[in-house]
Design a protein around this ligand. Structure first.
Ligand SMILES: N[C@@H](CCC(=O)N[C@@H](CS)C(=O)NCC(=O)O)C(=O)O
Length: 241
């Protein structure tokens, strides 16, 4: 049994898709990050970085007791190795998937994430941030489109690299980027969307990301802003004495 500490975002969805793909038993524990559910001291033991998602494997293969894993890249590798699915055990196929996974968690995710921050949360009128991250998003999407031109999946075979990239690519309209600008991404995205496991993850009442969560412009209360971007978040890591 896997405990999935979850938030309804692209990062959360990566792991929900993997859990559905490998058909492992899991239980969702949902967090409201606007309310600061992830900032409580108890969550530090699950993720010292106070971010979601994270998992706890209640039946780890080493039988040494419950084991927590944070960071989506590490979670996807952990689940792939636990189940021997969606990541070749060795060789070039493994490195192909790991390279694209690293590319997603260090590039595609953070750049799109910063773009969404400027487009949705920052005070209006900060066009520099929107332009900077939209330009980088377009560059990264062109890299992905090039890779998918001639490859059915990101690393050749369907893998955790696809599961990492796919949820992030679904929200690019927030940066006024149309998926139709990238034909190979569009074809790949449609192929993945049709997978039964992906359908289960995106429609399950426990894990679906409601479209309201993807609204282009968000207005936060002072407390919500603090929990996501301000003192609430930093105080969770360094509590004031
Ligand atoms: N690099 C991390 C990113 C995790 C992350 O940023 N999660 C967001 C939700 S998508 C979060 O927890 N935000 C709450 C906050 O920053 O306070 C991963 O891949 O797991």
């Amino acid at each position: 049994m896997i405990e999935l500490h979850y938030v309804r975002t692209s990062n959360g969805l990566k792991v929900a898709i993997m859990l559905e793909e490998v058909a492992i038993e899991y239980r969702v524990i949902e967090y409201d990050i606007f309310a600061g559910d992830h900032l409580v001291p108890a969550f530090k033991a699950i993720n010292p970085n106070h971010k979601l998602p994270a998992i706890i494997d209640l039946d780890p293969d080493d039988r040494l007791g419950a084991f927590r894993v944070f960071e989506t890249g590490a979670i996807l590798v952990y689940l792939a190795e636990k189940t021997a699915r969606f990541l070749p055990a060795e060789g070039r196929g493994r490195m192909e998937a790991l390279q694209w996974l690293a590319w997603q968690i260090s590039g595609l995710g953070p750049m799109l994430g910063q773009g969404y921050h400027f487009a949705r949360y920052a005070p209006e009128g900060q066009q520099y941030g929107i332009d900077r991250y939209t330009r980088e998003a377009r560059r990264l999407l062109a890299v992905l489109d090039h890779q998918l031109n001639g490859n059915t999946f990101v690393a050749g075979h369907y893998s955790i690299a696809d599961m990492a990239c796919w949820p992030w690519v679904q929200n690019i309209a927030n940066l006024d980027i149309a998926m139709s600008e990238f034909p190979a991404i569009q074809r790949w995205s449609d192929t993945i969307r049709r997978r039964p496991a992906v359908q289960r993850a995106i429609t399950s009442s426990a894990t679906e990301v409601p479209s309201a969560y993807l609204r282009k412009r968000m207005t936060l209360t002072g407390e919500q802003w603090s929990n996501l971007f301000g003192e609430g978040l930093s105080n969770a890591v360094n509590p004031l004495s």
